[in-house]
Design a protein around this ligand. Structure first.
Ligand code: NAP
Ligand code: HSE
Length: 441
């Protein structure tokens, strides 16, 4: 059994010390990081819990990999971990919907507390699983599922719970923020930076989860569920990734005074109704979120009493994520030592999510055009037909009689803006719609 004792324990009698037995499901970037932190920081953890941790079993897929834990604990039989009667807490650090979902459910049915870093699982099944934990007096914690090392889930559930959260915006994916920051600062190649993010342990097993915005969608939906008390139906969340962001758009963003960030945004539309969306966004250079770079994540929110607030920190990687997992584990251990009941905070289902076509926003848009008299007038007329006003413009001449025009619009409704785009793109003087993004002020 992997047990670690610590200096702090020498002054305690064995009667004071609670032994808490752990089963790991997954021992990759986060699993190994968590184990390492529990060993390296055993003194700190013991001082705050009066508990001694023992790792009893570690469930993985590939038995041939060399691990930072003794081979005798490793198994590829996940059920043997959750069914082991001696295990008190299951750490689900595998990821994905299944078999993680089945294992977490089984662990709760066996009376075990669960700590997970799995945003997909919580975003899709949080209401049911947290409800199950609550009904059995168990803890189900998932701080590491959102924002890596940033404490944001617990503050939203506790210290900020009395606020009506009116709007929340987050840079919630370390991999894509790392990619966008390097593309912007160094003109780096998308594929090369993604490979670096994978080497550093930031990316998901399938990096499309990061690049195409799924990971951010799960995370903003979890935060929204906590704030608004109901699980968010993911099929109603508007989601775009960063594949459409080009160096040219970054250049125009800078000229107009913005940076492009992948944001998860949630805002209250009315009683029991929210809009949740994920897309690359023009963020003003003066906004705090514009200065969150690299693997850093941040969650900005406006609450009716607390006002504006921002949490920021490393959003991915073994160490910051371990910090969040161990924080949750300490919470569980304190409950166990105090003999308290579980502190899972359940939420319901059935939140109404407003279509993004109702969004009122400013937009950036870029076209390749025929460089000829009348082009600008024709474009402006088409936009105005759909109540889209143009606020700023940059224009350059290209070779072969072509030109490029980038516009910033005034605030308009997205449904109208999309109709205007179709109309403008079909004009004879417009060769191509190059790209468009939403703008936050
Ligand atoms: P990872 O490095 O790919 O590790 C996943 C671990 O789970 C591996 O040990 C793997 O086994 C095991 N595993 C996966 N599927 C399995 C299956 N079907 N059966 C048995 N074992 C299985 O992933 P990670 O980066 O540590 O991420 C783990 C979780 O933390 C995910 O939910 C992720 O979204 C979340 N998370 C990650 C980070 C981060 O920065 N990496 C940050 C926050 C949250 P093998 O080792 O045998 O392959
Ligand atoms: N792949 C995720 C990211 C890990 O890059 O943010 C942290 O959840």
């Amino acid at each position: 059994m992997a047990t670690w004792y610590n200096r702090g324990m020498q002054s305690s009698t064995s009667a004071d010390i609670r032994t808490i037995r752990l089963g790991f499901l997954g021992f990759g970037t986060v699993g190994e990081g968590t184990y390492r932190m529990l060993v390296d920081n055993a003194d700190e953890v013991f001082a705050k819990t009066s508990a001694k941790f023992e790792v009893v079993r570690v469930g993985v897929r590939d038995l041939t990999k060399v691990r930072g834990v003794a081979a005798e604990f490793i198994t590829d039989d996940l059920r043997s971990v959750v069914l082991d009667p001696s295990i008190d807490v299951v750490l689900e650090l595998m990821g994905g919907e299944e078999p993680a979902g089945e294992m977490v459910q089984l662990a709760l049915e066996q009376g075990k507390h669960v700590v997970t870093a799995n945003k997909e699982l919580i975003a899709k099944h949080g209401s049911r699983l947290i409800g199950k934990a609550k009904s059995r007096g168990l803890d189900l914690h998932f701080e590491a599922a959102v924002g890596g090392g940033i404490p944001v889930v617990q503050p939203l559930k506790h210290q900020l719970a009395g606020n009506d959260v009116i709007k929340m915006m987050g840079i919630l994916n370390g991999t894509t923020n790392f990619i966008l920051s390097k593309m912007e600062a160094e003109g780096a190649d998308f594929g090369e930076v993604l490979a670096e993010a994978q080497r550093l342990g930031y990316a998901e097993a399938d990096p499309s989860a990061d690049v195409d915005g799924f990971d951010t969608m799960y995370k903003i939906s979890i935060l929204a569920a906590i704030c608004f008390g109901k699980q968010i139906p993911l099929e109603d969340v508007h989601r775009e990734g960063i594949r459409s962001v080009s160096a040219a758009d970054m250049k125009y963003a800078k000229q107009f005074g913005y940076k492009i960030k992948l944001l998860g945004i949630c805002e209250e539309i009315g009683e029991g109704e929210v809009m949740v969306r994920v897309h690359p966004t023009f963020v003003p250079l003066g906004h705090q979120l514009a200065n969150v770079n690299g693997v850093y994540n941040a969650v900005w929110l406006h609450g009716d009493f607390v006002g504006d607030l921002m949490f920021s920190g490393r959003g991915a990687g073994a160490d910051p994520t371990a910090s969040a997992v161990v924080g949750d584990l300490i919470d569980v251990a304190r409950n166990m030592v105090a003999g308290g009941s579980g502190s899972a905070i359940p939420y319901g289902v059935g939140m109404r999510v407003t279509s993004i076509k109702e969004l009122e926003s400013r937009y950036y848009v870029r076209f390749e055009v025929e460089d000829q008299p009348g082009t600008l007038g024709d474009i402006a007329t088409s936009f105005s037909r759909y109540q889209v006003g143009l606020a700023q413009m940059e224009m350059v001449t290209k070779v072969g009689g072509k030109g490029e025009i980038a516009f910033m619009t005034h605030v308009c409704q997205e449904g109208n803006f999309r109709l205007a785009l179709e109309a403008v793109a079909s004009l004879g003087c417009v060769s191509r719609l190059e790209g468009w993004f939403r703008v936050e002020e």
